[in-house]
Design a protein around this ligand. Structure first.
Ligand SMILES: Nc1ncnc2c1ncn2[C@@H]1O[C@H](COP(=O)(O)OP(=O)(O)OP(=O)(O)O)[C@@H](O)[C@H]1O
Ligand SMILES: [Zn+2]
Length: 607
């Protein structure tokens, strides 16, 4: 039962929810049932069919708002059908709220909201789920870590040679089918693509030799399809086989040609009968612009089929459409109960925030294996990381070849990809090197466009070793400094960006010795990306649970944190370096404890 004090804090509060998906929908219901009266919701999407099974309030085309208003007619729910990154959701907008509650599914939007909450000094309650795993964290400027204080695990990536030549798991075949074959056939024609697109008779010719993916004059669609099939599943496998070194300790793949799977006559018959079937579903207009979308059934079917043919070549077990979709979309199939638990925990933390109950905030992990009696693992939040480039003023350092790297590389690979800025302004001292904005004068736009193509050391205000750049995102009201250090050479394989950003380090990527290809981001906050349905999944989950259990063995005080490196609150995967001692609870007792109080647990142990 809520106290009078809590009830009045709840009634007075104006809350902003960002994201109305699996978690958000549950959250809206729980907020309404808990007595919140003024709720604003930003979500950029309309209802996705793949979410319907767990967005109970959206069923049968009811929008969440209307559904909730039916049982709480007197509360105010204000929806914004928009991207939270739009400029109308600026710092002033955020300042109107008492607390912001995130139910997002991507890192980019989460980082954006984190920065706005810091700039507006509004508390943020973050959340994420991945299947049975989930977490809720509380972020208050200056008091606890911000969402970006700890580097987030990078999305799972794979070395190029594994994808192009030596796949050993089904996920490698999926990445190949999705990021190389699908992209080459249906995406931008001029893209850089690691698929071998030259046939044997043209392989020795200049790089202007024929791209086999070009449809030849007067070539009918069946013949074209057959040619592509033979090239990617037959010829390319032969090319890979010709490198004998590769197969010394590996099973050799088997080339598959269309004639092996589809006899000539049958092709013609079926070809004639089924002619036009794909064309009915895909608009010719879209071809050339498509990127893989897990909600596009035809794209999923294509990728599943192509991945299975490749898997069969390499002796990898085949997978169903459902399984392949999960892997291709990096979907850890959502568990409605986890979302409900997480939504409840968000509301509990939100109420503490409203009451300024500073000593009782908890980051709570929802575990998958409650075998050690714990389903929920509460941990005290950590102090802000003093070297966080987002919430502290610590400068970053960048090693870069200032004579070779262009400003464009710096903007794309560092400012946008690594620092997550949308509208960057780059300055050296008082001179502006680059700026994005709608109200820029034309001549300035031209100057900045020209700057993008210049090497850093050739800019109007040359950037050389020892330069200090200030980078700002005006929309996020966020700025940081970057100390530049010239470095002549970079390892192309290990440092493919040709630059090295330090001061804030990304979690290590599973990167052999090649430039990585990534699978899509996990939907989770930053829980370790778990490959659904893959053999390695179990190991990962096992490790995750163990680590969380170990981590939970000790409740950390804010004051202790400076002595030891804080674990990553956004995901248990990177915390094993500082494993506190494990709690040894008798496993035979089946009773499940949902703990909100660590002391009571340890007491129980003694008893
Ligand atoms: N930049 C953004 N601006 C506004 N809304 C966003 C933005 N990015 C993502 N969203 C919304 O966040 C919601 C995330 O919900 P989604 O169901 O995908 O994940 P979830 O809540 O973690 O739960 P689950 O994956 O378990 O269903 C989506 O409705 C999506 O439209
Ligand atoms: Zn921080």
């Amino acid at each position: 039962m809520a106290s009078q004090e809590q009830l009045s804090a709840i009634k007075r509060a104006k809350v902003l929810m960002v994201g109305a998906g699996g978690i958000g929908c549950e959250l809206l219901k729980t907020l309404a049932l808990s007595g919140f009266q003024d709720i604003h919701i930003i979500d950029m999407d309309t209802i996705e069919v793949s979410n319907l099974n767990r967005q109970f309030l959206f069923r049968q085309s009811h929008v969440a708002r209307d559904a909730v208003l039916r049982f709480r007619p007197n509360i105010s729910i204000t929806p914004y059908h928009a991207n939270v990154k739009e400029s109308c959701f600026n710092v002033d907008f955020f300042k109107e709220f008492d607390v912001v509650l995130n139910g997002l599914d991507n890192l980019d939007a989460r980082r954006h909201v984190n920065r706005l909450c810091l700039a507006a000094d509004i508390p943020l309650v973050e959340s994420g789920t991945t299947g049975f795993l989930g977490q809720v964290t509380v972020h208050l400027k200056g008091k606890t870590e911000c969402y970006e204080c700890q580097p987030k695990p990078a999305p799972k990536t794979y070395p190029v040679c594994t994808i192009t030549s030596t796949p050993s798991k089904f996920v490698h075949c999926i990445v190949w089918a999705k990021d190389l074959l699908f992209a080459k056939l249906f995406g931008d024609k001029n893209q850089e693509n690691d698929l071998n697109v030259r046939s044997s008779d043209t392989a020795n010719l200049s790089e202007h030799s024929e791209d086999v993916f070009e449809c030849r004059k007067d070539e009918d669609i069946e013949r074209y399809g057959r040619r592509i099939y033979d090239h990617v599943f037959g010829h390319n496998i032969e090319v890979a086989l010709s490198n004998e070194e590769t197969w010394k300790n590996r099973n050799k793949p088997r080339p598959i040609y269309s004639k092996d799977v589809l006899p000539e006559e049958q092709t013609k018959e079926n070809g004639n009968e089924e002619k036009g079937c794909a064309a009915d579903d895909v608009s010719a207009m879209d071809i050339g612009n498509l990127t893989f979308d897990k909600d596009d059934q035809l794209a999923v079917e294509f990728v599943t089929a192509a991945a299975n043919i490749r898997a069969s070549s390499f002796g990898i077990p085949l997978h169903s459409l459902f399984e392949a979709k999960g892997i291709a979309g990096n979907i850890v199939h959502a568990v409605a109960t986890t979302n409900a638990i997480i939504a409840g925990l968000i509301v509990i933390e939100a109420i503490k925030v409203l009451q300024k109950d500073n000593n009782n905030y908890r980051m709570t992990y929802c575990l998958e294996h409650p075998s050690r009696k714990l389903l929920l693992m509460p941990v005290e939040p950590y102090e802000p990381n003093r070297s966080c480039y987002v919430c502290s003023e610590t400068p970053l350092s960048l090693e870069v070849n200032t004579q070779r790297s262009k400003l464009r590389d710096f903007v794309e690979k560092i400012i946008k990809a690594k620092l997550g800025m949308n509208f960057p302004l780059i300055m050296q001292g008082a001179s502006i090197l680059y700026e994005v904005g709608e109200d820029l004068e034309e001549d300035m736009v031209a100057i900045y466009a020209a700057n993008l193509e210049k090497a850093l050391s050739e800019l109007p205000s040359p950037v050389t070793s020892g330069s200090v750049l200030t980078v700002e995102d005006l929309q996020q009201e966020f700025s940081c400094s970057i100390n530049i250090k010239h470095r002549e050479e970079f390892d192309e394989e290990k440092e493919p960006d040709g630059m090295l950003l330090t001061g804030w380090v990304e979690a290590p990527v599973d990167n052999d010795n090649n430039k990585p290809i990534r699978n899509d981001e996990s939907t989770s906050n930053a829980l370790p990306s778990v490959e659904t349905l893959e053999g390695e999944k179990d190991d990962e989950i096992q490790e995750t649970s163990e680590v969380v259990e170990a981590f939970a063995g000790k409740k950390r005080k804010l004051s202790e944190v400076s002595e030891v490196t804080a674990p990553d609150p956004s995901g248990p995967s990177s915390i094993n370096q500082n494993k506190p001692e494990k709690l040894d609870i008798d496993d035979k007792d089946d009773e499940l404890i949902i703990s909100d109080d660590w002391e009571s647990l340890t007491k129980k142990k003694k008893l």
